[in-house]
Structure formats: C-alpha cells, structure tokens
Design a protein around this ligand. Structure first.
Ligand SMILES: [Zn+2]
Length: 458
C-alpha cells in the first residue's frame, strides 16, 4: 500500500510500526454548530482509509476526537444561557447522526478534551519541565524556537511564518511564533484547575494529549483537512516530539483537499455554506458520499448541483445492475477485484476504484452465465463495502424519495402503477400511457420489463 505523506511530499510505501496494531488519528469537529459539507469530507475519506487498512491489518485503532473546549463553544453556550455541555452534547450527537447518514462508521475512539484534562495538563507540565514551554501572565506558551524542526511539515520557515502573521503579538510572548498551551479563564468562562491557575487548554495540545493517551507516543497515520497543516498539525508535532524526548510523533501525514461550492470558498458572507444536516433532507446520504469520493482525496472538490445529480445517476446505474442480479446469490469467498483493491491501495485512488466498479456493473449487465453473475455480484458488493456504498437493497435505493422537488412519494407512485396494471389488463393502452407520461412529467421514469413495471426517479 502506498500513501502520500505531506511530511516528505512524496508517495511512500506504507509500512506500519506494528502490523498487529496500526494506529490512526484524525482531527475531528469542534462541536458548537452543524457540520458543513467540507467538515464531512475528512470523515468520509478517512472512513474509507480505515476500511481499506482493516482488510490488510485487522488490528487498526482509529481515533477521531471531538473538540469540546473552544471559545466558539463558549460563545454559543453564553448566547443560549446554558452550560457548554448542553451545546457540545447536542452538536456531537448531530455530527454522529449526520456522518452515519453518509455511511461513516464510528471510529474506535471518539475522545473529548473534557475527558482528558489530566493527561493534557501532565503533557504541558512535561513541556515546561523540559524547557519547551514557559508560563507568562497565567498563560503557558510553547516556545517554538526550542524545537529545531518547527515548520518542517508546512514547509515554511520561521521568518516567513512571522512575516505572514498580521496578528498583533501578545507582549508576554518570548517569540512571536509561540503558541498557547493553556490560558486563564475569567469567572464567567468555563475553566479547570491547573498548576497555572483556573483556565483551559489551547486547541493544539488536546490532539497531542489524546493521541498519546489512546495510541501511544508514535502513531502510524495522522490525518485531517489541508487547512490543518499549519498551524494545528505543525504545533501538534512540536508538542508531541518535545514531550516524548524527540521520538517521531506521526509517521505518515495525510491531508484531504478543500471543498468549494459552485467554484467559491464556502463562507457565511456569500451565504453558500452547505450544512450536511440540511443537505440530507433533499439528497440521499449515499449520493453525498459518492460526490465526496468521486475526486481523489488530495484534490479540491467543486460541489455543484450537476455533480450531485451525476452522482445520483451513477448510483442508479450501479443499483440498476444489482437489481438485475436480485435473485442471484453472491459467490461465497469472492472479494473485490485486484484492480479495485490496487486502486485504493495506491494512495486511496477512489476515482480509479470507482471506474473499476462501473466496469463491473457493465459486465453484470452483459453476463448470462449463472456463475459469472454470482461472481460479479460478490465483487460489486465487496467493492461497495470498501467504499461504504451499495449496502442497501436495490429496491430500497429506487424507492427512496428524491426530496422536496415535487416528485411523488413511493406510495403514490406504487398506487398509480397499480392503476396502470389494471389499465393494461383491460387493454386500455391510452390510459396506461397517460399514467406513464404523468409520472414522467413529475420526474419518475417507468420501464416495462419481463418482470413487470419498474420505476425510478429521473
Ligand atoms: Zn488535531
């Protein structure tokens, strides 16, 4: 298996430290509001990676954290006049539900910072004791000049980093690039007792502390969105490496690309922020998942209505092929094709893997021998499982309502089709055609096959 490592800038052979326990940490959401479609991309991408890794290494341990201490959470809680736990429990639950609707399996651990404060404080204490961090005005700061490799992941040097920083430098910092490990809380703000007084951790330290607590000092894979490379991941490396006496923190760094909407960056000011929760009301989760996997994970994705409708048609094709094989029992012990697996093991090349899957669907439509059908069905289902697709019955796929675009519900369609059966039985061909045309006008396509009528949303 090969993975592109951001740290080296090249595709490398993936060799885990311990093949019996492959460790992966992915930065999860800050739970103060609904997740947008950009937040869903790493959840889906790393879910596929976890599935592919598990084939080869059954002992994968996948951690994706929940950030439940953050100033945006504090602001949301203050606005509603509730404890931060009310906000974080609500949006963490919604996040898990929404990701499940996209076929994302829960990671092995979903730790929260509030559950790992002793470890977080202990790590900061170690950094202070070893001279990599210092206390100033109730804050504890990481001293970036104390770590020679700072900037290596993002490929920026310290001078360039500082030249790019437009923020005003706090007077208590020894160096402009130093970042917060712990900060004081006012009486109104949530806070926890620490050797430096009542306060709360900065964002970066939580991932270092939770990765250590659940996975150990050196992990195999660390993932996240491209926007986390600097400063978040750069800071995680500095903290963990210095807290562990120079040991390597993460061996492979993987980052997914950006997601734009109609060629524009999502932003509140443009008003084009797509929340997964809202999207799911009109687009099936499987369609969203397929859009997110249609491009290679490192490339940017442009989310448009066209790609959504394309993805829907692609799933119609795949489920259509499986529907033809509805009565065929998948051949036992047959897994996805070598070409399909090779594509995914080549730095998670999902576009190529999907091309293989469509090739199988074409072969399925042409197959006539029973054992060919059984083999192809098994190959398609197994490939689908690795991608987190095609896991429902084709009839369930074709029956799901397409959303709020005025199309009739499945019940209404079935009722009209029953009338059409009667009409045909009575040789009322004009009535039969009228019902078919009415459905077509309302976005439902009816096909007459040897097994009777079939329908799908256009
Ligand atoms: Zn993180």
């Amino acid at each position: 298996m090969q993975l592109h490592n951001t740290l080296s800038g090249t595709k490398e052979d993936f060799v885990p430290l311990d093949p019996n326990r492959v460790t992966m940490y992915v930065c999860g959401p800050t739970v103060y509001s609904y997740a947008h479609i950009g937040n869903a991309r790493p959840a889906v991408v790393f879910d596929v990676l976890a599935r592919v890794l598990r084939r080869r290494y059954p002992g994968v341990v996948y951690v994706r954290n929940i950030t439940d201490i953050d100033d945006k959470i504090n602001a949301a809680a203050a606005k509603e006049g509730v404890d931060i736990r009310v906000i974080t429990d609500r949006y963490a639950a919604i996040y898990f539900e929404d990701m499940a609707a996209l076929g994302v399996m829960p990671p092995d651990h979903a730790p929260r910072v509030t559950e790992h404060l002793p470890e977080t404080i202990a790590m900061i204490e170690r950094l202070v004791a070893s001279g990599h961090a210092y206390e100033a005005k109730g804050h504890v700061l990481f001293h970036t000049l104390s770590y020679g490799d700072y900037g290596k992941l993002s490929g920026r040097d310290e001078q360039a980093l500082m030249a790019g920083a437009r923020v005003e430098v706090a007077p208590y910092k020894k160096h402009a690039g130093d970042f917060v490990l712990w900060k004081p809380s006012t009486d109104e703000q949530p806070g926890w007792d620490s050797p430096w007084g009542r306060g709360r951790p900065g964002w970066h330290i939580e991932c270092s502390a939770m990765a250590e607590a659940l996975l150990g000092e050196t992990i195999d894979i660390h993932g996240g969105g491209h926007d986390l490379i600097f400063p978040h991941h750069e800071n995680e490396i500095a903290q963990s490496t210095c807290a562990h006496g120079g040991k390597v923190f993460a061996r492979y760094w993987l980052h997914n690309g950006f997601l734009n909407v109609d060629s524009q960056k999502m932003s509140k000011s443009i008003g084009n922020v797509l929340l997964v929760h809202e999207l799911l009301k009109r687009v099936p989760g499987e369609v969203i998942r397929l859009v997110l996997l249609t491009g290679h994970y490192r490339q940017p994705i442009d989310w448009t209505e066209e790609v959504v409708s394309e993805a829907r048609k692609k799933l119609d094709r795949l489920y259509g092929a499986l529907r033809e094989l509805a009565d065929v029992k998948p051949a036992p012990g047959v897994t996805a094709t070598d070409g399909f697996i090779a594509a995914l093991e080549d730095d998670l090349n999902t576009p190529m893997a999907l091309a293989e899957l469509f090739e199988l669907a074409r072969a399925a439509n042409k197959a006539s021998a029973a054992d060919d059908k059984a083999r192809i069905k098994a190959q398609m289902l197994d490939a689908g499982e690795l991608l987190g697709l095609l896991q429902q019955a084709p009839s369930a796929w074709f029956a799901q309502a397409p959303g709020s675009d005025g199309a009739p519900s499945a019940e209404e369609i079935e009722a009209l089709l029953a009338q059409r059966v009667d009409a045909r039985r009575n040789k009322q061909w004009a009535e039969s055609d009228r019902i078919r045309d009415e459905l077509k006008a309302r976005g439902v396509l009816v096909e007459d096959s040897k097994d009777g009528q079939r329908w799908r949303y256009a």
